[in-house]
Design a protein around this ligand. Structure first.
Ligand code: FE2
Length: 376
C-alpha cells in the first residue's frame, strides 16, 4: 500500500470494530480510499447518509433496464455501449442465433458474461459449450463466434488496451473463491473439427473502435492443436465459493473475480447472512471515493435494493454516499431470511465512466429517489 499519512483516532461515540457493535441509534458510513484497501474512516451518523430530499446536477445515481433494449446485433461490435472510460467498456449484447461473421477485438481482452441462454462458442483455440452465468475471458486478438441454442444475452466487459488477471487472494491463498484448476479452456473436439469448412468466412476486427472486415476463402478457425499458457478461460458463477465471515460484513473487494488495468470485476453470489448478534447484515453505507461503481444484476432477489430485477444495471459514480435501500436497512441486524439469493456482476472503475447513448425509456429516472423511505 502507498505510504499514506496514517493516524487512526477516535472522536466521540464510535464502535472500535468496523461494521459491528454500532452505537445505539446510529448509522455507520465508511469513507474510504483505494477501493476498500486504503485509509478509511467509519463515521456514526444520527440519520441515514442517503436521506437526501432533492438532487440537482449530473452526478446522480443511475439505473438502466437493459431488458428494454430490443433487437439483436449481428456483431458484438454493434452492441450498445452502456458505460465506458479509456480503460473499460461495457456493452449489452442480444446475441443472434448464429453469428454470420467471426469477431476479433484488437482493442483489448474481452469478458463475455452470459446473462441468459446457452450455445456454443468457437474460437481459434477450439470449442466451448457456454451457458448462463459463464464468464468467458477472450484474450485480445482471439477470433471467435457464437451459435446460440436458446436466446442469449451477454454483458461484454472490454479491458481496453489491457489484459485480465486473477486477483491476489492474499491471506486465503490461491485456491479460495475458485481454484484456478476450475478454469475451463476450449477443446479441439469433434464439434470444432466439424465446423472447419471451405466456405468463405469474414472476420470483423475492432481496433480503436473502427471495424475492418477480412475475408478468407476457408474457415480460419482451422487449428488442429495448440500449446501454451494463453487461451480463453471460462468459469461459471455457480463455481464461485464466496468468502464470508459470520461476524464481519466483508467489503465488496472480497468478491473480486478478475482484475483489469484501473478496474476490477467482482461477483456477488448467494451466501449466508452474518449471524453474529452485533454484526451488520447488509452492506454498510459508504463513499468509495476513488471508484465509480457499476452493478449488473444477473439472477435472484437483490436483498439490498428494492425494485431491481435481473437484466438491470446501476451506476454509482464516485462522489456520493450509498448503501442499502430502506427495506433492507430495516433488517440490518435481523435479516428476514438466512441467506442471500443473488448473483450480480460488479465493475469498479478508477476513472470516471461515461454513460452511452441509450435508447429512451431504458433509464429508471426515479432511481435517485429510491432511498427515500416509503411515504416520504
Ligand atoms: Fe458501493
Amino acid at each position: 500500500m502507498k505510504n499514506y499519512i496514517a493516524f487512526p483516532r477516535i472522536e466521540g461515540r464510535t464502535s472500535r470494530q468496523a461494521h459491528a457493535n454500532l452505537p445505539a441509534g446510529t448509522y455507520e458510513r465508511e469513507l474510504g480510499k483505494e477501493g476498500f484497501f486504503g485509509p478509511a474512516t467509519h463515521m456514526y451518523h444520527r440519520n441515514p447518509p442517503t436521506g437526501w430530499v432533492d438532487w440537482e446536477g449530473p452526478l446522480r445515481p443511475r439505473a438502466f433496464d437493459l431488458n428494454k433494449l430490443i433487437g439483436d446485433q449481428a456483431s458484438p461490435w454493434d452492441a450498445p455501449a452502456i458505460l465506458s472510460n479509456p480503460h473499460v467498456a461495457l456493452r449489452f449484447w442480444r446475441v443472434p442465433q448464429k453469428m454470420a461473421d467471426l469477431a476479433r477485438n484488437a482493442d483489448g481482452d474481452e469478458i463475455v458474461f452470459v446473462h441468459a441462454g446457452d450455445g456454443d462458442l468457437y474460437c481459434d483455440y477450439g470449442h466451448l459449450a457456454i451457458r448462463a452465468g459463464d464468464y468467458v475471458m477472450l484474450p485480445r486478438g482471439t477470433m471467435w463466434r457464437i451459435d446460440s441454442k436458446t436466446p442469449m444475452t451477454a454483458l461484454l466487459i472490454e479491458a481496453t488496451n489491457g489484459s485480465y488477471q486473477l486477483p491476489d487472494k492474499g491471506l486465503v491463498g490461491p485456491h479460495a473463491i475458485f481454484d484456478p484448476a476450475m478454469l475451463d479452456v476450449p477443446a479441439i473436439d469433434e464439434a470444432f473439427l466439424g465446423q472447419q469448412d471451405a466456405k468463405t468466412w469474414r472476420v470483423q476486427i475492432k481496433r480503436s473502435g473502427a471495424i475492418s472486415t477480412v475475408t478468407f476463402p476457408y474457415n480460419p478457425l482451422d487449428a488442429v492443436g495448440w500449446k501454451g499458457d494463453l487461451a480463453p478461460v471460462r468459469i461459471n458463477v455457480a463455481d464461485i465459493r464466496p468468502l464470508m465471515s459470520h461476524r464481519y460484513h466483508l467489503p465488496p473487494s472480497a468478491h473480486t473475480t478478475f482484475v483489469g488495468s484501473r478496474f476490477v470485476v467482482c461477483t456477488f453470489c448467494p451466501r449466508p447472512f452474518e449471524s453474529g448478534a452485533d454484526a451488520l447484515k447488509v452492506p454498510f453505507f459508504h463513499n468509495n471515493d476513488d471508484y465509480d461503481e457499476v452493478l449488473f444484476y444477473h439472477a435472484g432477489d437483490f436483498f439490498s435494493r428494492d425494485n431491481i430485477k435481473p437484466g438491470m444495471v446501476t451506476f454509482h459514480p464516485c462522489g456520493f454516499t450509498h448503501g442499502p435501500h430502506p427495506k433492507a436497512l430495516k433488517n440490518a441486524l435481523t435479516p428476514a431470511k438466512p441467506a442471500t439469493d443473488e448473483y450480480a456482476v460488479m465493475v469498479d472503475a478508477r476513472d470516471a465512466l461515461q454513460v452511452g447513448d441509450l435508447a429512451e425509456g431504458i433509464e429508471w429516472a426515479g432511481y435517485v429517489d429510491s432511498w427515500k423511505s416509503p411515504g416520504k
